[in-house]
Design a protein around this ligand. Structure first.
Ligand code: AMP
Length: 188
């Protein structure tokens, strides 16, 4: 399975993508996690990405695309993957198309997790307390939502036209949502 997880910050993408990856035995490739690991290790990439992440802005496409291209070339991703948080811009969609075409591969499904904005902000503020993420302050959260709406939400149209999109209600317990996610992937 080659799949993408989309959804606004706080919709539960990371949790659900990780659970599904475990269930399917497929690598979970989360660009936000890779950036955070680079920040923690103080790499050059991390230092560059951090400036954008702290403000709730997207890291430039060239940087993100190159990082994903490298990751998808690793052996464990040859048979499938779950991309979480990528692509986030139309330019990234086209770049991913190019990477997959190069390997003669295709996407199987795009899962969009949807949830109410107020609920999401509450979840993120709680995560801020639990995990201390630098980009989980209320101002930055609101900005990340706005960036998502402007730059990433339009991607659902693109994947909808390709008949790849499955929209899943992200409201409810982790188990309830993961059942819906599983059903959405099995319908492919
Ligand atoms: P996430 O953990 O998916 O919420 O990502 C955290 C932050 O990492 C985002 O707010 C961006 O600054 C950056 N980031 C993650 N994925 C991407 C991407 N596909 N394109 C650009 N920036 C990204």
């Amino acid at each position: 399975m080659r799949m993408i997880f989309m959804g606004p910050p706080g919709a539960g993408k990371g949790t659900q993508a990780a659970l599904l990856a475990q269930a399917l035995g497929t690598p979970h490739i989360a660009t936000g996690d890779i950036f955070r690991a680079n920040v923690a290790n103080k790499t050059e990439l991390g230092q560059l990405a951090q400036q954008y992440m702290n403000k709730g802005e997207y890291v430039p496409d060239e940087v993100t695309n190159a990082m994903v291209a490298d990751r998808l070339k690793e052996a464990d991703a040859a048979e499938g993957f779950i991309l979480d948080g990528y692509p986030r811009t139309l330019a990234q969609v086209h770049e991913l198309d190019r990477m997959l075409a190069e390997q003669n591969h295709q996407l199987d499904v795009v899962i969009e997790l949807v949830a109410d904005e107020d609920e999401i902000v509450q979840r993120l503020l709680q995560r801020a307390q639990e995990q201390g993420r630098a980009d989980d302050t209320e101002d930055v959260i609101r900005h990340r939502m706005q960036v998502y709406t402007e730059q990433t939400a339009p991607l659902t149209q693109e994947y909808g036209q390709r008949d790849l999109l499955q929209t899943v209600d992200g409201l409810g317990s982790v188990d309830q949502v993961s059942e819906r996610v599983l059903a959405a992937t099995q319908s492919r």
